[in-house]
Design a protein. Structure first.
Ligand code: C5P
Length: 221
């Protein structure tokens, strides 16, 4: 089974308030991008990597890959306006004979081989997509623009979904081409009737959105 990983790192990361994209924020003394890239490259389940960089930052991204000695990186392309556009740009670089595509957010640096293994395994049981998730622990409320509570949503069976997300390559291509809208790749696959399974995620796959998240992740490394 040939597994191609798409590492999406093209977000602007405006909430970090830096003069550079989030992928180049400092995690310790390295750019954030270096950590997930090194982990993906070292993962025995991953055969090849497409790196999706912020537009205009392709060369610095390639330099990070070279400095880290990431020999599995086959292409580095510019991302798009939305995450979905960036995944599409990455998918265009995945060859037709790839069987499985693993999509991972560079903003979740602490990827492990175990979570990659957990999302890949069910694909051979007939699932079209597999995503890691954590059961929602907080009480959820739907809130109006005035702050008034409209509804308390039962959290039974609700999971917060992370990346890496694994898909059979043909289903992900079909989902991307369908023009459906979703906030993650799994949502696109679901929209075209694909069967998606949730497996146990990892609390350490925290998505970095703030400076405090960067410090938390640096402490967990
Ligand atoms: O913006 P957010 O943190 O939700 O982004 C999740 C992941 O998607 C990040 O790794 C980010 O770099 C990536 N992304 C992208 N292209 C965009 C927006 C987000 O590659 N246009």
């Amino acid at each position: 089974m040939s597994v191609w990983a798409i590492l999406v790192a093209a977000g602007r990361g405006e909430r970090l308030g830096l003069d550079r994209p989030k992928a180049f924020a400092k995690l310790g003394d390295e750019p954030l991008l270096a950590e997930p890239l090194r982990r993906l490259d070292a993962c025995p389940w991953v055969d090849a990597i497409v790196l999706v960089a912020p537009p205009g930052w392709e060369e610095p991204a390639i330099l990070v890959a070279e400095e880290e000695g990431c020999g599995k990186v086959q292409a580095c392309v510019a991302g798009g306006e939305t995450r979905s556009d960036s995944v599409r740009a990455g998918l265009a670089e995945v060859p037709a004979d790839a069987l499985v595509v693993l999509v991972h957010d560079a903003a979740r640096p602490l990827l492990t081989d175990e979570v990659v293994e957990r999302v890949l395994a069910p694909l051979s049981e007939g699932w079209d997509g597999v995503v890691p998730g954590l059961p929602v622990g907080d009480t959820l409320k739907r809130v109006g623009s005035d702050g008034g509570v409209h509804e308390t949503v039962t959290r039974d069976a609700l999971w917060a979904v992370q990346t890496p997300q694994a898909f059979t390559a043909d289903v992900l291509r079909r989902a991307q081409a369908s023009g459906a809208e979703a906030t993650d790749c799994a949502g696109l696959v679901e929209a075209v009737g694909g069967r998606v399974k949730v497996v146990d995620g990892d609390p350490r796959l925290l998505k970095v959105t703030s400076q405090a998240d960067l410090e938390t992740v640096a402490g967990w490394r």
